[in-house]
Ligand binder design. Structure first.
Ligand code: NAD
Ligand code: UFG
Length: 340
């Protein structure tokens, strides 16, 4: 049997871009996704871009029988685990759904992996595990903090479960990838982020204002101790993020143990800088109004990406202009996303 990579949540935003990168690199890919927050159309588009097809299985990571049958039918070398729920506000309203999907679902997946003797895993974690950062930039040696919501806590819980797992069984080889703020889309404009309803995140919101779907952006606070008073984040192009997964995969396949890597650019931008960069790239005006701070937000957050650069041989290749241009192309070509 040819060796394959199992990608959970592979029809989603980051998963579809990573599936594309895996196929382009010559891997055989199996996507498991319950389509809770995605559409199979993303994978059809991936096929259009690269001329290669990922095997798609519609199903849930909580379904142990299904997982066992996937591991029995395919020779899986490694799992890239993206599947999960990710809306911070919704996680406050529906904590059990978040713990069930993100924590229980992950446990079922890890049990099925161990039963099938598959020990190579890349896990989608988040900079949210640092909580309110004590120092900037944030390196992996910064202590994890107290995430302010169930979503963030679910990511930290899974990280801790994986650390225990790596201690209990030396064959595990695990990458915890802490993403900063993924934005952008594939340069073709065929795949990109397709949020449900009104977007919570800054860049999808800006692009929906720019395309005329939303009236104006609310800037959540301009009284933070930052360059211009608005929140600062480390935005990373989704293609750079996808490539980080390939690099991490190469490293874990050749080693054992557990490792944490930040995937960020090392550069922070404020909300006002993001608006202005978008306006320049898209040549449209983005009306905005400053409103009160959003509860749970921190002032600033950007990565020290040195560890990933040194240990993974990874480097970001897209700048802010690329992020905005590619977001805008995707938004213009697909005003209604994948139409899911
Ligand atoms: P996404 O919602 O686009 O993708 C997640 C995919 O998982 C979706 O296709 C969804 O249908 C699927 N899914 C959800 N629950 C499932 C289940 N129980 N079984 C099978 N499939 C399931 O989100 P994304 O932005 O691509 O995020 C991917 C991962 O990265 C998530 O784990 C997320 O928490 C993490 N992450 C995302 C960000 C971000 O800002 N986008 C930041 C840090 C970490
Ligand atoms: N912002 C606005 N208006 C908006 C949306 C956001 O001003 O309509 C501001 C926020 O206040 C913040 C910045 O834009 O200063 C970025 O906000 P996002 O919601 O895009 O991103 P966050 O950094 O708040 O959250 C992201 C992910 C979370 C993850 C967190 C920490 O969406 O899943 O990073 O890693 F938990």
């Amino acid at each position: 049997m040819k060796q394959s990579i199992l990608v959970t949540g592979g029809a989603g935003y980051i998963g579809s871009h990573t599936t594309l990168a895996l196929l382009e690199a010559g891997h055989d890919v199996i996507v498991l996704d319950n389509l809770a927050n995605s559409s199979q159309e993303s994978l059809r588009r991936v096929e259009r871009i690269c001329g290669k097809t990922a095997t798609f299985i519609e199903g849930d990571i909580r379904d142990r029988e299904l997982l066992d049958s996937i591991f029995a039918r395919h020779s899986i070398q490694a799992v890239l685990h993206f599947a999960g729920l990710k809306a911070v506000g919704e996680s406050v309203q529906q904590p059990l759904a978040y713990y069930e999907n993100n924590v229980s679902g992950s446990i079922v997946l890890f049990q099925a992996m161990a039963a099938a003797n598959v020990f190579n895993l890349v896990f989608s974690s988040s900079a949210t595990v640092y909580g309110e950062p004590k120092e900037m930039p944030i390196s992996e040696s910064c202590p994890t903090g107290t995430p302010t919501n169930p979503y963030g806590r679910s990511k930290l819980m899974v990280e801790e479960i994986l650390r225990d797992l790596a201690i209990s069984e030396s064959r595990w080889s695990i990458a915890l990838l802490r993403y900063f703020n993924p934005v952008g889309a594939h340069v073709s404009g065929l795949i990109g982020e397709d949020p449900n309803g009104i977007p919570n995140n800054l860049v999808p919101y800006i692009s929906q204002v720019a395309v005329g779907k939303l009236q104006q952006l609310s800037v959540y606070g301009n009284d933070y101790p930052t360059i211009d008073g608005t929140g600062v984040r480390d935005y990373i192009h989704v293609i750079d993020l996808a490539n980080g997964h390939l690099k991490a995969l190469n490293v874990i396949i050749e080693s054992t143990g557990i490792n944490t890597w930040n995937l960020g650019t090392g550069q922070g931008y404020s909300v006002l800088q993001m608006i202005s960069a978008f306006e320049q790239a898209a040549n449209v005006e983005v009306p905005y109004a400053v409103v009160a701070r959003r509860s749970g937000d921190i002032a600033e957050c950007w990565a020290d990406p040195k560890k990933a650069i040194q240990e993974l041989g990874w480097k970001t290749q897209h700048n802010l202009e690329d992020m905005m241009r590619d977001t805008w192309r995707w938004q213009q070509k697909n005003p209604n996303g994948f139409g899911k």
